[in-house]
Design a protein around this ligand. Structure first.
Ligand code: ZN
Length: 148
């Protein structure tokens, strides 16, 4: 990987590389799993609960693209609040990063509001951090780094 010298403050940072997945908030994982299974012609390859976030998730692969469905497990879950305010739909876009700690520092320095400055364990073997939609034109952005 070539060094990136254009980033000034954080010369060793590799910025966000690609969309890792798109997260969709759903009322019922059971119902939506069948909808997306029909859509993609394949069942989810993984289902996982993240108790700390109050979500059940399932993951679909479609070619190189990954879709995460999220269902709330309790009324305090961020997904429950999202559904209440906006209804079902696209909840976040996740970007793959090589070094999440460096990316958090870079984006914070750029003025983005980082919701958790200490990366936490997300679904699908990832360390994750979120940017507040207030600082990203209304889109919740997730950074995720594969746990090694
Ligand atoms: Zn996600």
């Amino acid at each position: 990987m070539p060094a990136l010298s254009g980033l000034g403050l954080f010369p060793n940072t590799t910025p966000m590389r690609k969309v890792e997945h798109i997260g969709i908030a759903v009322k019922s994982l059971e119902i939506s799993n069948t909808v997306f299974e029909k859509l993609f012609g394949a069942p989810p390859y993984k289902s996982e609960s993240v108790e700390s976030e109050g979500v059940n998730t399932s993951f679909f692969m479609n070619g190189p693209n990954k879709i995460e469905l999220l269902e709330a497990t309790n009324p305090e879950s961020p997904i429950a609040k999202f559904l209440e305010k906006k209804g079902e739909g696209i909840h976040h876009i996740a970007f793959d990063v090589e070094d999440i700690v460096a990316e958090i520092a870079r984006l914070k320095a750029e003025g983005f509001i980082v919701l958790n400055e200490i990366p936490k364990k997300g679904a699908d073997n990832k360390l994750v951090a979120f940017l507040h939609p207030k600082s990203t034109n209304g889109v919740l952005i997730e950074l995720c780094q594969e746990m090694r």
